[in-house]
Design a protein around this ligand. Sequence first.
Ligand code: PMP
Length: 428
Amino acid sequence: MTTSADLFQRAQQVIPGGVNSPVRAFKSVGGDPVFFDHGAGAHLYDVNGKAYIDYVLSFGPLILGHGAQPILDAIRTQLDKAITFGAPTVLEVEMAFKLTELVPSMDLVRMVNSGTEATMSAIRVARGYTGRDLIVKFEGCYHGHADGLLVKAGSGLLTLGEPTSPGVPADFAKHTATLPYNDLDALETFFAAKGSEIATVIVEPVAGNMNCIPPAPGFLEALRRLCTEHGAVLIFDEVMSGFRCALGGAQALYNVIPDMTCLGKVVGGGMPVGAFGGKREIMSVLAPVGPVYQAGTLSGNPIAMAAGLAMMQAITQPGFYDRLTASTTRLLDGMKQAAQDAGIGLTTNQAGSMFGFFFTDEPNITRFEQVMACDVPRFNKFFHLMLEEGVYLAPSSFEAGFMSAAHTDEVIDATIAAAARSFAQLKN
Ligand code: PMP
């Protein structure tokens, strides 16, 4: 029998660290990553046939669960026609109409192939539009791996940013400022000092890359006001929160409308897709209309567009998000109760069908430092107990969890029962 451990050994011979994206290697939780064979609905099956209830869902895209019939049908139909043209298609136009209809901030939208491409391109547009270089982002947010975004704060609020990865020139990092998330005072201070230099502020309106942190009351509103006052472009990176928190994304949920929005994950129905868009005036700087260059051989790929359109069709059904949000609340309520029964400190956060749980006695987790102070070894132990139980959680305490429409109450209750048994063992 070939196990995941055997496969991981083999993978490491030819792929750096055995994986094509670092979090998959289980480095933070320890142990060997699971190699999966197939998925169906709420479940994943590993190469040895073991079933797992999946709360990773490919890190967000699979909001209908695995193997959703409408998406498979759409892909199969398109496959018989063509895989790619590198020329305009009806499907991409339909997709653009759908997105501009659903996402409040988008007048014009362009498709790309990943979230990283979406944020990188949106930032270029914002810089081209404003004629400024400085970008502002927030600690604990992730916007993909473009050079200017792999940057952390310098020693003080106004000092130059520093690369978080070798290979990123300090000369690039100096154009990126990193502020604390959900901190209105820091925001005001920074804008007062540097407002006229800021091209754009990019933010996850619900942070999903430091576990799950919804915006503090007034945070997004302050961002909106300050960007408008200082002529900076406000970008919501909704690669994760888009079509997750609500149909119109976090911007619809919190009713704060950015100038530009980045999408990914759900929008592609599981295919490699990203999108960026925004106000007509801003997006019109893009080539071939304007001078800002951006392009892609496979952008707007017909198979990806077919999958994405089938996804849009499914998630726009009445009641879809109410059910999904209720399922997420059911899971979190059950987990909280089970933790309490076991005497384990657990705090949860939720934004629609995105969620996070924290091993801590703090009742509210709203800031990066609080996330960092949670009990990571306890999470790691819980992760492995749950894996043993057949529940697949994100392999890091700094990732958000996701619910799908395929997760029935029965599946959720089975997860809660598994969590109760795991909590009981955490004290040992
Ligand atoms: N932005 C956010 C908010 C994300 O969560 C991610 C990926 N998790 C990205 C951008 C980058 O997307 P991709 O991995 O598709 O490049």
